[in-house]
Design a protein around this ligand. Sequence first.
Ligand SMILES: Nc1ncnc2c1ncn2[C@@H]1O[C@H](COP(=O)(O)OP(=O)(O)OP(=O)(O)O)[C@@H](O)[C@H]1O
Length: 262
Amino acid sequence: MEAFQDIQRRQVADPVVTAEGVAMAFGSNALFRDVSFSVARGEVFVILGGSGCGKSTLLKLLIGLYRPTAGKIGILGQPLMETEGAARRELLTRLGVMWQSGALFGSMTLLENVMLPLEAHTALPRAAREQVARVKLGLVGLSDAANRLPAEISGGMAKRAGIARAMALDPPLLFLDEPSAGLDPITSAGLDQLIKELARDLGTTFVVVTHELQSILAIGDRCIMLDKAARGMIAEGDPRALRDHATHPTVRAFFRREAPAA
Ligand SMILES: Nc1ncnc2c1ncn2[C@@H]1O[C@H](COP(=O)(O)OP(=O)(O)OP(=O)(O)O)[C@@H](O)[C@H]1O
C-alpha cells in the first residue's frame, strides 16, 4: 500500500481485532485491498468513509458473515477464517452486533427482544433471563420502556434497545453499524455519550461504522478511513489529530468539511 502520511499505525499489545492485508471483491467489483489495522481492548474504533467504499462490508467480514478474498482477520485472539464448527459458533456468540435499523422484532416487547439471545444461547431459566434483560435495558436508560413494542418508541430508543440486545450475552466486543443514522443531532449526541460510558464503565471494545463527523470526533479513540477511489485505507489514527493534521485531500475534506481540491 502507498504510505500516506495520514496512516499512523499503532502497535497494540493484546489486540481484540486484527486485520492483515484484507481484500474484498464482489465478482469483478473490487472494493478494497491491503486493509490492515489492530483494535486495542476497551477502545472505540471507528470505520469511516464515503458511501459505497465498503464500510459495512468490512464490518461483515469482521463478524464472519463474509470471507475476504485475501488477508487474515483475528477476533479475540483467534484466527477467524481457520476457526470452524463449535469453536466458531462459540467465538461468534462473544460478539455483539447492532445493525443500522436496530433490527428489533416488532411483535415483541423490548424486554422480550433483549431476552432473545439469552434464550438462544444460554440455559438460564426464564426468570433469570428476564432479570439479565432488565439489567441491560437499565444500562441503556430504557428501564421504563421494557414492556413497550418497537412501534411505540422513538428512533433513538430503538437504537438503545438494539445496543441492549447486542449486549445481552456480555460480549467483550460490540459492532455498531451506523448507530446515528436517522437520528436528530441531540439524540445522536446522547447515543454517543452512551457508547463512551459503556466503553469506559464496562471495558467493552466498540467497532463502529459511521460517517457522522460529530460522532466520530465524540466517540472515536482511533479510526480508519476507507476510500472508494483508492480501493483501500487512506487514513488511520486519532480522529482529532486527523482533523488537525491530515494531508490527504479526501481526508482533509472529510474532517474539515472542505470541498476536495479539483
Ligand atoms: N452482498 C453483496 N453482493 C454484491 N455486492 C455487494 C454486496 N454487499 C455490498 N455490495 C457492494 O459493495 C459496495 C460497498 O457496499 P457497502 O455497503 O459495504 O458500502 P458502505 O461503505 O457501507 O456504504 P454506505 O455508507 O452507503 O452504506 C457497494 O457497491 C455495494 O453495492
